[in-house]
Design a protein around this ligand. Structure first.
Ligand code: GRF
Length: 217
């Protein structure tokens, strides 16, 4: 189905892009992908988009003298594709405050931790090192500060005794693939409002129960 026009910005593997491609292929899903933009040539995510007949663009940051002209080029692609929502899905460039303001509350990111904990890179390594019992992922509106902004959806997973960064990443990624299409759907359905930098979701249903780790004894 048509619906909210989304653009997806990537830099690599594109597994989160794939889950959006799969979601938008469902007839009832209220959004469509109008552009995929990568800042890196030849990445797997571009192949995924081509396979789904989605227009792809490479805007290589190395071809521009500064961040502003790079982002202007991205913005041109977004505008000509008619994008209404921009999804950062493993896009490994920091975006400037100017770009964030242009797309205010129309720019979302997925991050593999329960923000505001563990912003930045090498998240899973740092989580294992910190010894916390839970991790997860966050889909949020983007603000000028890195990995900051109103939270739309979070999913929590336990950190298990034998985990290393790789095994934890796999468990979190599985939830990213649920959380990202959910967040886009809620936005596309017009159910997400940002007030005082907090998100309210119409018809929001919280899960029952608590998570305890370790359980019992
Ligand atoms: C994901 O873990 C995402 O949370 C982070 O970058 C990774 C991208 O993975 N921002 P993929 O390219 O979507 O497979």
């Amino acid at each position: 189905m048509d619906g909210l026009k989304i653009a997806v910005l990537i830099s690599g593997r594109g597994s989160n892009l794939q889950c959006l491609i799969d979601a938008t292929a469902e007839s009832q899903y209220p959004a469509e992908i109008v552009a995929v933009i990568s800042n890196v040539h030849g990445v797997l995510g571009l192949d995924r988009a081509k396979k789904a007949d989605i227009p792809t663009n490479v805007v290589d940051h190395g071809d521009f003298p500064d961040r502003e002209t790079f982002e202007d080029a991205i913005n041109d692609v977004l505008l000509s594709a008619g994008a209404e929502l921009v999804c950062l899905a493993g896009f490994m460039r920091l975006v400037s405050a100017g770009f964030v303001h242009r797309w205010h509350d129309r720019l979302i990111n997925i991050h593999p931790s329960l923000l505001p904990a563990f912003k930045g890179l090498h998240v899973h390594e740092r989580i294992i090192k910190a010894g916390v019992r839970f991790s997860g992922c966050t889909v949020h509106f983007v603000r000028p500060d890195m990995d900051a902004g109103p939270v739309i959806v979070q999913a929590a997973v336990p950190v298990l005794a034998g985990d290393d960064a790789d095994s934890l990443a796999v468990r979190v990624l599985e939830q990213e693939h649920i959380a990202f299409p959910l967040a886009v759907r809620l936005i596309a359905e017009g159910r997400v409002r940002v007030e005082n930098e907090r998100v309210t979701i119409d018809g929001h249903q919280a899960p029952a129960g608590v998570l305890l780790n370790p359980t019992g004894g």
